[in-house]
Design a protein around this ligand. Sequence first.
Ligand SMILES: Nc1nc2c(c(=O)[nH]1)N[C@H]1C(S)=C(S)[C@@H](COP(=O)(O)O)O[C@H]1N2
Ligand SMILES: [Mo]
Length: 374
Amino acid sequence: MEERGSHDGGGDGGGIVKALPPDRFIVHGANAEMRWDALRGEGLMVPNDLFFVRDHTRTPLIDARAWRLRLFGDGLRGAPPRDRAVEFGYADLLAMPSRTLDAVIECAGNGRALFASQQDEPAPGIPWTLGAVGAARWRGVPLAAVLERAGLRPDAVDVLPTGLDPACRLGGEDIGRVRRPLPVGKAMDDVLVAYEMNGVPLPPDHGFPARLVVPGWVGVASIKWLGEIEVARRPLASPWTTRMYRMFGPGHPPGGGPPLAEQVAKSAFEFGWDERVPPGRPVTLTGRSWSPRGPVRRVEVSTDGGAGWRPARLRGGDTGWCRWSLEWWPDRTGPVTLVARAVDGTGARQPDRSDFNTEGYLFGAAVRHRVQVG
Ligand SMILES: Nc1nc2c(c(=O)[nH]1)N[C@H]1C(S)=C(S)[C@@H](COP(=O)(O)O)O[C@H]1N2
Ligand SMILES: [Mo]
């Protein structure tokens, strides 16, 4: 696929509202990834001011008092058209029974730069290293409750949430507002219409006043600045399921594989790339692993480029996002390649290589992380 559109970098995070200090973020155009060394010493959840931002265009500033969430379509009783949508205001959402959910949001392209640096298979697009991921405690209303209150019909098959950020472009073409269909089965299962992130109202960059949180799925499913939801009795599509967010290229079907849904397991050290480690004394290596497939069972760490492996000590996280640590006594100076690999809830271990695809999605191989001892 040659179309790049808003995947291109260029810029300085200009569409993002929050501060992006260079010791906490790596900025790619209008997007910013968390620096993993900045997470060292933090709690299980990623603080809001350190959480990565992926904006297709820019963060809009929305007045919660004027904001409405509108539901329409033939999948609702009475088949309301868009101009007679069922509406929820911010106060309506806050008044509904709430649910709290610890969940990871991770960009489908997280780790994309590793296709080039680790497999010599460069993939164009935002060159995320491993920081386009975060876990937060979200509070909001189950999407199931919103759909039911709006009059969901039993024969509805897809919902199409749309964001209120500006329309975006792909290959020079206006493709409209960010929107991506979800099957009703997932929508009714564990998706949240979230209005709080780690105990405070959603920050503007993360979707104020309300966003979807779609646990375990590629981040693009978690539509920010939620404005409307079409509910349909037929399958729906958008450029975010047809032209982007599928596996394209050699080994994949012409036109791409199925729309991406579930993420893949990953592990990251809480170190900077090429960070200096003092020699001659024990170091506690810390990191995190995450997987949509149940709690991480085990994390194996190598301090010699993958020759030998030791089990890390796991701490916290029954949601698929966990912290781990391992004592290491570096016995020589110079470059050392650390590797961590998780074994997920199904018993599957992170592989040595990732399946290449031209857009660089779903990099799930164990990452080789070089540090400098000395
Ligand atoms: N409306 C809207 N929703 C969106 C996006 C966007 O640009 N606009 N970006 C998506 C993508 S690609 C990702 S990875 C996540 C990022 O969420 P975050 O910026 O809160 O970390 O939001 C998703 N939801
Ligand atoms: Mo993303």
